[in-house]
Design a protein around this ligand. Structure first.
Ligand SMILES: CC(C)(COP(=O)(O)OP(=O)(O)OC[C@H]1O[C@@H](n2cnc3c(N)ncnc32)[C@H](O)[C@@H]1OP(=O)(O)O)[C@@H](O)C(=O)NCCC(=O)NCCS
Length: 149
């Protein structure tokens, strides 16, 4: 585990307030509609959401939903003071394994143009740009899960 004492566990309903704070912190401009839409979607798909805890605080989460054999990473955030310490990579590796264990064939994620640090992290975890855009114009990346780990 990268950050000594970091733990990952399945999210519960009681984690939603802490997840909402993480989403709020990560959205660059205060955008109430985007915050509400993101947190509502996480609440609806909580069974594939994982939180990272450090010293009894929730410092990150990754949320994913399933569409037949496809998994979609919907939000993935680490609180700013804890970035660059491996928590985001640990959450992503956990989700890749979870998706594989569920028998999914593909994991997909979309980033806005400013998330270049995130695209580097995802490429390191086997994701490749697929040259098409999500409905909101974000760049899409995918990782096939039926090949070698
Ligand atoms: C993307 C994100 C979840 C990564 O979390 P993290 O805990 O910083 O992830 P890691 O520490 O495992 O890796 C971060 C990468 O940024 C680099 N980095 C170094 N210092 C950093 C810092 N202060 N802040 C952020 N990243 C840093 C790391 O070296 C690593 O790059 P690498 O691929 O060269 O190793 C986090 O930056 C974040 O919450 N970003 C805003 C939301 C976002 O863009 N989400 C992704 C799309 S949904």
């Amino acid at each position: 585990m990268p950050l000594p004492g970091l733990t990952l566990r399945a999210a519960r309903h009681a984690d939603l307030a802490a997840i909402r704070r993480l989403v709020d912190e990560a959205i660059p401009e205060p955008d109430g509609a985007r915050l509400a839409a993101t947190t509502e979607r996480i609440a609806r798909t909580l069974d594939l959401c994982v939180v990272a805890e450090y010293r009894e605080s929730t410092i990150g989460h990754i949320s994913c939903w399933q569409d037949e054999m496809l998994g979609v990473v919907g939000s993935h955030m680490v609180s700013k003071p804890y970035r660059g310490l491996g928590a985001g990579g640990a959450l992503l590796a956990h989700t890749v394994k979870q998706a594989r264990d569920l028998g999914l064939r593909l994991l997909e994620v979309s980033f806005d143009a400013e998330a270049c640090r995130a695209s580097h992290l995802y490429e390191r975890h086997g994701f490749r740009p697929i040259g098409s855009h999500s409905p909101d114009g974000w760049n899409r990346y995918e990782r096939r899960l039926d090949g070698p780990t």
